[in-house]
Every structure is written in C-alpha cells, then in structure tokens.
Design a protein around this ligand. Sequence first.
Ligand SMILES: [Zn+2]
Length: 328
Amino acid sequence: MKTNTPRDMLAPGGVIKATPSVKKPEVIRDATTFPDTPMDDATSHDGNEDAEKTQTKNGNAEHNTSRRGHDSAEKNGTKPKSMADMVWEAPKLDGPQVFKPESIQKIGYATTSIGVPAIYFSGAEIQKLATSLGHAIVGKFSHSIPTSHQIQKALDTIKFRRGFTWKYINAKHILVQFEDIADYARLLSGPKGTPVWYIDRHPMRVLKWSPDFDAYCESPIAAIWCNLIGLPIHLFDQSALFAIGKLLGTTFQVDRATANKSRLSFARICIEIDITKPPPEEISLDICGHEVVQQVKWDKIPSYCGECKHVGHKSEVCYAARPSERPP
Ligand SMILES: [Zn+2]
C-alpha cells in the first residue's frame, strides 16, 4: 500500500472513544436548500484499507458511483441532480483524462495582475464548484495523524445513516464528504457537543469545509447546540423551531426529546454559527402581538484566535502572535 500516512503513526487500529448518543437528533431539512432523498439503511463497510482509493462506507472504492440505483431517465438528465448525486457519481478514471474543449463549460476570466497571468472566478462560479463537494468537513489532527485503517474504523463506528467518503488532504488534514446533511451535522457538532473526536489516541477537530479552506487558517464556523429554555409548548414544532433557529444561524437539527416532545422544559437545537461573533443570548418571540423574551442558552462556544486563525484559544493568549510568551 502506498501510504501518505506518516510512518510513525502505523499503530494498531483503534476505535473512536466518543460513544455515539443512543438517541439520534432529528434533522430539520430545508427543502429549498437540501433536496430530500429516500432513506436507505447503510450497509456495513467491508474493510477497504487502501488510502490511495476513496474510502466509502460500503466499501465500493473501486466503483465510486451512485449507490441508489438511478435509472436511465435520471442519467439522461430528466431529473435535476442533487448535490449528493454530483458527489457520488464522480466518474472512475483508469488513465489520464483528456480535455475536450468543445464539451467543457467555460468559466473564469483570464486577465493579468501586475504583469502576471491571472484568472478571475466569480462568486457564482466558485459556489458551483464548491457545491460539487456536497456536505464536506475537514478533520484536523494537530499532533499526529492516524492510519487510514484507524480512521476508517473510527468513522464506521459512528454509524452514519448514509454514505460517506474520506481522503487525506495532507499530513494533518482529512476531508470527509457526506451524502446526508444529518451525518454532516453529526460529525461537525462532535460527541457531547464538543467538536473534537478521538480516533484511538489522536484528537481530531472537525471544521466546516468551505471554498476558502486554508490548511493554516481554521474556519470559525462551528455547529453549536443551544437550549431554548421555557419555549412555549405549541412552538415545539418543526416549522416553528426552524424559523426560530434561523434567527441564530444555519439550523441543522433538534434532539430527539425536542422532536418527540418528551421534555417540555426546553427545546434543544443545533445551529451553525460564526464563533467569532457572540450569538444572541435572547431573542424576542412576537406571538400574535404578545411579545415574549426567549432565553437562548448555548453550549460552550469554543474560543477563536484572530491572530493565528485557530479554534481553541483567544487572541490574548496566542503564543503564535507572541512567541516570547510561549511556556518552556
Ligand atoms: Zn492564536
């Protein structure tokens, strides 16, 4: 096996220590953004350990095509493709790929920048390119990175609902792509609300992938759970919770007790927020002209350092910005 894993990391396979919660959260799907697809229960992984190949949940690394049996009508383009389709239907290449200019969509605007050849891509073009990655998360190992076997085993242990693939980006980062937003939210929010998973002894912090991903700058976008204490009982409803969540950020999911109304003292929602900006700790609910102040109790929000662009500490205590203060 040709490996891009550091040699010193070839330890025996381990399991993710974080125990997946028994009660699965319920994802709030925004039909306008995430087209729903039929659920299919995931099959078990058959143990493909080759880091050179795309790692998939059902072990079909050799044929990384759609697993949902699209018929020819769909392939002919009679049905719009979802983001998941674009991710899972990537063609399998056995040799070099020849450019066929007549069939390539022309994007970008060639220009020069201070005498250097340059190309400009618009926001819409970049967005479209980024969309082809689907729901993607960067896993970051700050100290040591596990072997592909350890990573595959740990991800399998989480028991995602649908398919995922992962690849090494470099010696510190992996990219995990999900078919289902629920699985994306699950990994991004981390075990017990902390965005750090343990793969054997290696802590893996999870960060949202975005087009401006930079291996040296961490994304300040994180999925954080919050509790709406004393939310009026009739607002324990998917539409109402989604609308309220949108005031705070990108709403992902509610926990099971909120979804089935088994705990009415508070509603619990997972929301993607920018941790560099303190999120609201109260919002106002105007219920037919009757205004109620609603407290929002956030789980611990990680610090973000604007100096070194890393999650986990504040700028005031950044050693990267002030090396002289680094402890011996
Ligand atoms: Zn820092």
